[in-house]
Write a protein that binds this ligand. Structure first.
Ligand code: PHE
Length: 479
């Protein structure tokens, strides 16, 4: 047990956080005793665990499939480089500097009286909306592991696999129960804390994910006719690129890198002080892109080899893919592997989404981590049910012609996260300023990286915010 914190100085430091810090403190309550990632590999695993998720294995393939393939991929990679990377670096930097949850970090860093903390508050809101639909897709994935083992989705006929999928998503009881199961699993890991929960779990799961993905990718590439799938993924045709497609690609970049909604501020606050932020972020971005490409390589050659359509949309993963596996030798085994790896990816990402509201509740409001987790889970079971039931009981409840599932997905990636991204660019480049930016990202001068920081700051100041705003307004047909 840690000793109780009594000194007035420490109370002064910790302010409203004293409950949590008393629990966590090993040294008598100095702020540095706050829970965080303990090793460099742990930082990488957790951050990559947040980035890699259903975005790579569910969203990226189906969006690439419906938006024409390689042309979309090129726009997405550009958005990741010009917008995603700079925003991600600045978010992690702000988090590490303030070492607090997403709301408190911005309260602490902003000049007195300026409401930048609202960006964190909107982040909490976005986290809820994302988690609401994300946990439902994850619910299907977890259910599919068992369906895959049992063999009932092992059919070459897309009509059969589509029937199985429809039966699952239109059953309100199954949809809700699987979602609650997923929420309970994520909540359970978060209860273990940042280093013993998030870091420990992602350190084990991420390497496994890579191995499984390489196995599946290799299997797919060995199929006769794989070349057509590769051409689809890598030979660009720009005729399909419209303003809406560019916005979709940029939204995917935000979603993929978990930026613009507080996750990276929160994870940044757990970063070690000696961590090289620009380098770590660059590595995470590359690895994340690599996973998306591997997922594409695992999926598209197989889709083409067996004569399926790449443009199946969100159900690609659940209808087309099982039929594809059923068509290949050893397909039963590989299908189970595939859904296990997808579940692993989704788990790391959900930990980081839910950590945003959990850390805000526990740090900002001084509630214990256990209570904060339980409160968020209960709220999510409520908000999430709007998505879980959007293929059954609430299917006719639509806003802007979208079910809650589609609406939450659309609004977060195409509006809330880009807006959050713009604000964070503006805050970093126009309020925080270059001197502090350089000091924070060079680890107070320990790293010699000014050559990188100068252009990066320029992009954050003049390029990213303008570009995000333009793409957003154009894609939403405001201009
Ligand atoms: N990056 C995750 C994925 O691709 C999703 C995510 C979004 C995670 C926002 C955290 C925050 O699946």
């Amino acid at each position: 047990m840690s000793p109780p914190v009594t000194s007035a100085r420490v109370h002064h430091y910790l302010g409203f956080r004293k409950t949590m810090s008393q629990n966590k403190s090993k040294t008598g309550g100095e702020p540095k005793a706050r829970d965080g990632f303990t090793s460099s590999f742990g930082v990488l695993a957790a951050t990559l665990g947040s980035a890699v998720g259903l975005g790579n294995i569910w969203k990226f393939p189906y969006l690439t499939g419906t938006n024409g393939g390689a042309g979309f991929l090129v726009v997405y990679v550009l958005a990741t480089l010009v917008v995603g990377l700079p925003v991600m670096i600045s978010e992690i930097m702000l988090g590490r500097k303030a070492k607090r949850d997403a709301v408190t970090s911005l309260v602490k860093l902003a000049p007195a009286g300026q409401p930048w903390w609202l960006v964190g508050a909107f982040g909490v809101f976005a986290a809820f909306l994302i988690m609401a639909f994300y946990s439902e897709v994850a619910a299907w994935v977890f259910a599919y592991i068992f369906k895959a083992i049992g063999g009932d989705i092992l059919s070459r006929d897309p009509k059969v696999t589509s029937g199985a999928f429809t039966a699952l998503i239109s059953d309100p009881v199954q949809s809700l129960l699987w979602q609650w199961l997923v929420l309970a699993l994520i909540g359970g890991i978060l209860l273990l804390g940042v280093s013993k929960g998030i870091e420990a779990v992602t350190k084990k799961l991420m390497p496994l994910l890579f191995v499984l993905l390489v196995v599946i990718g290799a299997r797919s590439l060995m199929l006769p006719g794989a070349g057509q799938g590769l051409a689809f993924l890598f030979a660009p045709d720009f005729s399909k690129i419209s303003a809406a497609v560019v916005l979709t690609a940029m939204g995917l970049a935000f979603f993929k890198l978990s930026i613009g909604m507080g996750t990276m501020i929160t994870y940044g606050s757990y970063f070690r002080d000696d961590q090289n932020i620009p380098l770590t972020t660059f590595r995470v971005m590359c690895a994340d892109l690599f996973v998306s490409l591997l997922a594409g390589i695992a999926i598209f050659p197989a889709v083409f080899a067996f004569g399926f359509q790449p443009a199946a949309g969100p159900s690609l993963l659940f209808i087309t893919i099982p039929a594809v596996f059923a068509s290949m030798p050893l397909g039963h085994f590989f299908m189970v592997v595939f859904f296990v790896l997808t579940a692993i990816a989704a788990t790391g990402a959900m930990l980081s989404i839910l950590e945003v509201p959990v850390s805000v509740l526990s740090e900002r409001f001084g509630i214990s981590r256990v209570k904060a987790t339980v409160i968020n889970l209960l709220l999510l079971a409520l908000v999430g049910s709007a998505c879980a039931l959007s293929n059954s009981l609430t299917a006719d409840f639509k806003i802007f012609g979208m079910t809650m599932f589609d609406l939450f997905d659309f609004v977060t990636s195409n509006v809330l996260m880009p807006l959050g991204g713009i604000c964070l660019c503006l805050f970093t480049a126009w309020v925080w300023g270059y001197d502090r930016f350089r000091a924070a990202l060079s680890n107070e001068g320990a790293l010699d990286n000014e050559r990188v920081l100068k252009p990066l700051f320029f992009v954050l100041r003049f390029v990213s915010p303008v570009l995000i705003l333009y793409v957003m307004l154009k894609g939403l047909k405001v201009i």
